[in-house]
Ligand binder design. Sequence first.
Ligand code: XMP
Length: 507
Amino acid sequence: MTHDLVLVVDFGGQYTQLIVRRIRELNVYSEMVAWNGAAAAIRDRKPSAVILSGGPRSVLEENAPNLDFSVLEGIPTLGICYGQQLMAAALGGEVRSTSHREYGFQTLLEQAEGSLVAEMSSPEVWMSHGDQVIGAPAGFEVTASTAACPIAAMENTAAQKYAVQFHPEVTHTPSGRALLAKFIQVAEVRQDWTAENFIEEQIASIRATVGDGKVLCAVSGGVDSSVMAALLTRAIGDRAVCVFVDHGLLRKNEAAQVIDTFGTYFNGNLKAFHEHDRFFGALAGLTDPEKKRKVVGEQFVRVFEDHADELSGCDYLAQGTLYPDVIESGSPTAAKIKTHHNVGGLPDWMRLKLIEPLRWLFKDEVRDVGRRLGLPDEMVDREPFPGPGLTVRIVGEVTRERVQIVQDADWIFREELRMAGLRKEIWQSYAALLDVRSVGVMGDERTYQHPIVLRAVQSEDAMTARAVNIPFEVLERVAFRIVNEVSGVNRVFYDLTSKPPATIELE
Ligand code: XMP
């Protein structure tokens, strides 16, 4: 890529990914790099600017995460929280550990004219720190303070070094974006990273990589693989061989919808393999969540093996891996397939090479790319759906009957959410089936049946999540309808747990 790069050095902060996102929102390409690989990355990649993240440690500790500041010479640098303390310590300032942790909203008492903080129209800032800088290094001006924090911001414009104790990347700092925008401006970073450019560059890169070969695009109907398939199709036409495995573990009517939508938007360029028997056969008797997941992954591979003739000539496999997956896998360069994805591993005979054109993007950026590629809203705005499908929403054994119960309950729940106008604020919602039974009474008869759990969460990239505040009447109606319309269910729960400590899926 030929764009300017802003490297965000991660010192283990809880908001580091958010910094990357905020910088990208300014149309600047940004990536995260772990602190211990940062010096080498800065030397190799010559970023136009560097941001040092927050982190849970203390710079006063022995062996605290560190960075050789000589690599930052001549590079505009912004330190945030731990990054500010590290900058102060490295450049001759003074850092002190305080007896209490300062956490929450603070107000900037003054904002020095012409400084980065002067851009902030709101003085409210979000703080979360134990240590603080009490002496700025020589050459630095203190540009803001709060009641509890004498050096809430400092800068040395001649050296192009800037630092803040608060977190401009979180939405709790209302004018944080203005500060980041000013930093990008004073650092003279070009703001030319857009979805259109991304599409053009990826198309060129896919064509250069694939030559006149064929690419197997495994699509699930989900956003990521749909956008990936659209990009590949745009780049190499029907040499992108789109394959959809209908495993019987999707939501009600979803398989037919996927085939229909793909048929319309990809000129019928989709091979659908209907494999319910295979998947239900392999899942019979299994209750362990990881085993179930693994079996589904393995069966995908078997499907490809059994259809080898139709797929012959494919040299590459395209996957919809996203940047959070890459970050979580720990190595930004390793082409690692997670059990998380639809394809649970590559069979030897295929010897497919991987293409992951979306591996630099966050979910909302993928959606943007999808829209610009002309995909319909019904595809782009779809909720994320796990590769193993309803398997992870059925506690205990997965059978056709139990899948049907979940599908029917899920259908009712989502229909009611749609009718109540709540879908827009929901990141993910679903019904799941538990493996316990409880007593009920229906039509004067005692029942002893299974409960359905409803889950609806708000989230940004699924790393954290909160239960959606669904009006009681809506929940009550959903519960009433499920118990009355879905046989085998006599009780309905709504899951209020956030992530962490819970996860979004039950398994
Ligand atoms: P959790 O349950 O870990 O889910 O909070 C985070 C996000 O990942 C999805 N998810 C999966 N996706 N294979 C997938 O492709 C899986 O095994 C899997 N487990 C969870 C989940 O739907 C949510 O969006």
